[in-house]
Design a protein around this ligand. Structure first.
Ligand SMILES: [Zn+2]
Ligand SMILES: [Zn+2]
Length: 103
């Protein structure tokens, strides 16, 4: 007798399996891959070596570095638009996402 049957009618399958998306970008602190996580305040990227390494960024890491200081640049989605921003708190680098198109 089948006591339990997997609920596989497509629509519900999303709720129990949410694989974290791995980015190609290594953690600037330890070199592990950064992965997409979902927290109380929305999506963010964190180090896959967590909790050993607690590096997190609140945007999607990009594979180019800040022209001003060489730190990691992330893709941020704000109400005012999409931006590329440097993760270095001492660096003011920030650019509208559209402007990066043609390089
Ligand atoms: Zn790390
Ligand atoms: Zn910078």
């Amino acid at each position: 007798m089948a006591m339990f049957q997997p609920i596989l009618n497509g629509k519900n399958s999303k709720t129990f399996l949410t694989p974290s998306k791995e980015s190609k970008i290594p953690c600037p602190k330890c070199g592990s891959k950064l992965i997409e996580r979902v927290g109380k305040r929305g999506k963010f990227y964190g180090c896959s070596a967590y909790p050993k390494c607690r590096f997190i960024v609140n945007g999607e890491p990009l594979d180019w570095s800040c022209p001003d200081c060489g730190s990691m640049v992330i893709h941020k989605k704000l109400k005012s638009g999409e931006f590329y921003a440097c993760i270095n708190k001492d660096c003011k680098f920030k650019q509208k996402a559209e402007e990066k198109e043609a390089s």
